[in-house]
Design a protein around this ligand. Structure first.
Ligand code: KG4
Ligand code: ZN
Length: 345
């Protein structure tokens, strides 16, 4: 089975071809970062226009290296949500046209499930049955969750953020430090050589009934962190930015690692830990996870850098790993899509 995947939920236009047993034949990504950079964040109108412009090019780039080309495909998979509605609509429109033109089934995919299953995209990555059950930090620009994956399609959310996402906290913190968008990688760069102990930022691991109700036993919270950095910069305009960046980065990553460490005490039978999503590119986080896995004698699974940030290989992987059926009725985009079966415990 060969699947053409399409992703356009935010500021990357992407297409990819995968086949089973899981193998990436091509993966093309057009990033819009430069278009949004002057505004310090993603501008939905600009994003939609850039998708419209990039989709045909990216489709061509994804199909060119594939032996047999368009005629060799068996299905089209497309991100249905969550994301920006106008951007999602353009991807779905292009996917529907392609499916009709090639007379192929169209399979709607949840963007977050794509990130979770990106775990299996690396060449030579272990099979799901060897990896699961696994605790995964799902850390993107818009979402933060600690997910237990028992098998592809079987997810339990152990905790999620009750306010900002980890990536969002990094992006907002970077903006306050005068760094370009997206801020995660910029903070990581600036933090090299900085002293993480120079500033004490709060740990985004809230307790209390309300936090548990909204974010689960392992709830995250990052909005306090953003407020602290704002006050710190106002009160200490001369403190070296590399120290602030190092301390801020450490606070975000420690919040994530703390929750995972706590969950590992209570989750029986877990074979390993992993991180997925754009923030999973962070070396401090990866190092912390590796240490944590070592201390518990379990596996740490990494995702290649190119599949951490948004891509279409992870979208095409979902129907291949889950044997999903195509939509019976034409799918509609859903900007606020909840992952079915992804319930907060
Ligand atoms: O998964 P992604 O591409 O988009 C969403 O689905 O939201 O993640 C983007 C996020 C941004 O917040 C960006 O700042 C963050 O990933 N990011 C990083 C790094 N590279 C990207 N965060 C920390 N360290 C990095 N090296
Ligand atoms: Zn994403």
């Amino acid at each position: 089975m060969r699947v053409f995947g399409i992703e356009s939920s935010c500021d990357e236009t992407a297409a990819a071809v995968l086949e089973s047993p899981l193998r990436v034949l091509s993966s093309a990504v057009a990033s819009q970062i430069q278009a949004h950079q002057p505004y310090g964040g993603v501008v939905p109108e600009l994003a939609a226009r850039a998708h419209l412009d990039a989709l045909p090019r990216v489709f061509e780039e994804a199909i060119r290296p594939v032996p047999g080309g368009w005629q060799s495909l068996d299905a089209i998979a497309v991100t249905q949500g969550p994301g920006l509605s106008s951007s999602l609509l353009l991807g779905l429109g292009a996917a529907s046209a392609l499916a009709r033109r090639l007379d192929l089934p169209l399979i709607p995919v949840h963007h977050m499930e794509g990130h979770l299953l990106s775990l299996f995209l690396a060449p030579g990555a272990p099979a799901p049955e060897d990896v699961c059950p696994v605790l995964i930090l799902l850390v993107t620009g818009g979402h933060t969750a600690l997910v237990r994956m028992n098998a592809p399609g079987e997810y339990v959310v152990l905790g999620r953020s009750i306010d900002d996402a980890a990536g969002e906290a990094l992006d907002k913190g970077a903006r306050l430090m005068g760094l370009p968008y997206p801020g995660g990688a910029e903070i990581e760069k600036l933090a090299r050589g900085g002293d993480p102990a120079a500033v004490q930022f709060p740990l985004g691991a809230p307790d209390g009934e309300e936090a548990v109700r909204r974010g689960g036993q392992y709830a995250f919270s990052f909005s306090g962190l953003k407020t602290s950095i704002r006050y710190h910069l106002q009160k200490n305009p001369d403190s070296p930015l590399r120290d602030v960046a190092a301390a801020y980065q450490a606070a975000v990553m420690n919040s994530l690692l703390t929750r995972l460490r706590q969950a590992l005490q209570n989750e029986p039978g877990v074979k390993g830990i992993a991180c997925v999503g754009g923030v999973a590119k962070n070396q401090l986080l990866r190092g912390g996870l590796e240490d944590l896995a070592g201390a518990h004698g379990i596996n740490f699974h990494t995702v290649p850098m190119e599949y951490c940030t948004d891509n279409a290989a992870m979208i095409a992987a979902v129907p291949l790993l889950r044997k999903l059926q195509p939509a019976q009725t034409p799918p509609a985009v859903n900007p606020n899509l909840l992952l079915q079966g992804l319930q907060l415990r």
